[in-house]
Design a protein around this ligand. Structure first.
Ligand code: GUN
Length: 300
């Protein structure tokens, strides 16, 4: 299709590059931490069960810690682990002064009460920002550890938006990991925030009114081009492997947004290479932040 005047294509927000810059900054500061304290910032990574996607995410997190000079200590538990044993491990990690951050990869096996496990993590070591104390701090706009994916989304938005005040932000998805915390962060910047979810009526019309769209439904290609108002900024948090139609068994990674239809947006994040790398870079940043805060406390 051609037109007399070509509309400019949407800016692709380079998440991978922005994440690499943040990771490099964390690496330099982790090095300074090591020199100052004689030990590196340290993150315990707990993986229970054998969910393949969780295994991949955890391997990436551990690899990036290594590159940034953050010591990571893996705890791999069987899918049959008793909740009491997992809670005992969290208790040990809470008490260990050499551990500054604790990450329990979700989802946990179904027999385990995830909120009981997350509530057991010392809020100062809660680098995922999932503990109710940190959730409360986020919702009251006070200083705390902020969940990594929403934190990364805000950093990406900051590269293309100067002033958030009064902008209409529509969040698709109400998860504790992304939807609710990003809504809080956008509210803190004085956006008018609409949180939508699986039971929302008239989703397309609501999204059409948005200046900022954060798609975090986990529904591949849900958001089509005609849902997006010209000039809107689109952050695609979705990441799903789908079979490429007409290609036999070949698969590809897609987001929640039909990216090929978004040329009229002001800016969009690619999938892969957008939000994903930012989540890991923010985990490194949160671990460094937690390490500094705990070291300050014990030193004084
Ligand atoms: N599972 C999916 N996303 C996340 C995340 O950000 N942190 C943890 N711990 N588990 C997850």
């Amino acid at each position: 299709m051609s037109s007399a005047v070509e509309a400019p294509a949407a800016v692709l927000i380079p998440g991978k590059r922005i994440a690499a810059r943040l990771s490099a900054q964390v690496a330099a500061e982790a090095q300074a931490f090591l020199h100052a304290h004689g030990h590196p910032p340290a993150l315990a990574v707990v993986l229970a069960g054998d969910d393949p996607a969780s295994g991949i995410y955890v391997r990436r997190k551990v690899a990036e810690c290594g590159k940034a000079g953050i010591r990571s200590i893996g705890h791999r538990l069987p899918a049959t682990v008793a909740e009491a044993d997992l809670l005992a491990l969290i208790d040990d990690l809470n008490r260990d002064p050499a551990i500054h951050g604790i990450l329990v990869q979700l989802p946990l096996p179904p027999h385990i009460d995830a909120s009981r496990v997350l509530d057991a993590i010392d809020p100062r070591k809660d680098v995922d920002g999932f503990h109710p104390v940190n959730v409360g701090r986020l919702s009251t706009g006070t200083d705390g550890l902020v969940p990594c994916t929403p934190l990364g989304c805000m950093m990406l938005l900051d590269t293309v938006i100067d002033d958030f005040r009064g902008r209409h932000a529509v969040v698709i998805g109400k998860s504790n990991i992304v939807g609710k915390p990003i809504a809080m962060l956008l509210l803190e910047r004085e956006c008018t925030v609409t949180v939508t979810h699986i039971a929302t009526q008239g989703l397309r019309e609501i999204v059409r009114g948005a200046d900022i769209v954060v798609a975090a439904a986990g529904a591949p290609l849900l958001v089509r081009g005609d849902w997006i108002r010209p000039g809107a900024v689109v952050i695609d948090v979705g990441i799903t492997r789908v079979v490429d139609p007409g290609s036999g068994d070949r698969t590809r990674i897609v987001g929640d947004c039909a990216s090929a239809e978004m040329a009229h947006a002001a800016a969009v994040t690619p999938v892969p290479g957008g939000v994903g790398p930012m989540t890991i870079a923010c985990l490194l940043a949160n671990t460094l932040r937690a390490a500094r805060a705990q070291t300050r406390r014990t030193a004084s």
